[in-house]
Design a protein around this ligand. Sequence first.
Ligand code: MEV
Length: 440
Amino acid sequence: MNKISGFSKLSKVEKIEWLKSQVASDDQKFLNCIESYWHPDSGKQKLFDEFSENTVSNFIFPYGLAPNFSINDKIYTIPLVIEESSVVAAASKSAKFWLDRGGFKTRVLSTNKVGHIHFIWKGDKKKLFNFFNLNKSALLFSVKDLVSNMEKRGGGVVDLVLKDKTSELDNYFQVEGKFETCDAMGANFINSVLEVMAGRLQELALEYESFSDSEKDLEVVMSILSNYTPECVVSAYVECPVSELGDFPNGMNAEMFAKRFERAVKIAKVDISRAVTHNKGIFNGIDAVVVATGNDFRAIEACGHAYAARDGQYRGLSSCTLDDGIFRFELTLPMALGTVGGLTSLHPMAKTTLEILGQPDAKELMQIVAVVGLAQNFGALRSLTTTGIQQGHMKMHLLNILNQLEASDEQIAYAKDYFTDKTVTFSNVRDLVNSTKHLQ
Ligand code: MEV
């Protein structure tokens, strides 16, 4: 590939032509794929193009449904955008399993989000704290127009505090803002408020008579929301008597299963290698719903992983107890989501997801998403501690392998039947496809 300047100014077709000019001719057929995934409705395609920058096509992901989720006694069918079929299957299976055992229960513990004005200041710290306390209301006043709509909806700036961070970095302080953003994820709101306040903070420092000339120089490094939201937390759990867990494969009874399951959860609490994979399983479910609703899954992931390491060691996010014969499995984690604004209100499929979920507000969506994370974790651990993961995983993967080997519909039907009671491996499937060429 060669360097190019002014790429963003080229039209979509020009961008693709340039790409083609850069690629060896044998690879051209892959580039034709780019155009074949344009939406046939040019209006819809324009909408998608405008979601991002330098767009040349669409990257399609499957949109699946996991039915039978009972959450606080309400039944949901939950859309999942993910390419891993076993995730949708495991979510559906866990939902059905807990449907008959009281369903999922959830609670939103808090909804505050935070953002910071990060600044550098040298001088007598006591003077800085006096300055901040005297000017806190002036800072709040500076954003009154920006916050008035949010206040009408019941949100706004909840608090402002000055934080001394000089023990971590020389002369480093923060103004930490706490925000309630109601049904909006609130990133734009928080960032706009912080930027205006940061400007006002510098003006006020210049005007403050008790500061020396050098103390009047308050250097704002940046003003930005934090995606770490440990005060925007949701909790979901399932529980039932151990005896009601049923029987499991490989001759395992309910009690044996419960004990092994609990151990698996404890291993993820103490061992980082297992914790990362354990939490990856949780985020398999969480990300899939978050993407389906047009929310920012990178923010949710970053926050969840930081929370998993909040005591200094990265740990599994879920917990399991077996007290007094009751199996209880729980997931508590921070999650900042929106149901208005951003892509949630623009992407036609995100709007459809919210419709399918019954138009939840942000708090209800937090609960739904946490439940899918818990269900996913339950499904993964149930397989891991009983049959092992590969049996189900490879069955799910069978169709992908068959498609990769360009099997015909007849071969696919035959293979699905053939592998009902046999182990799926790539070489087994390839052998079967080779030996059933007459069905092509
Ligand atoms: C695979 O995508 C996720 C699992 O590895 C999660 C886990 O190990 O708990 C099955």
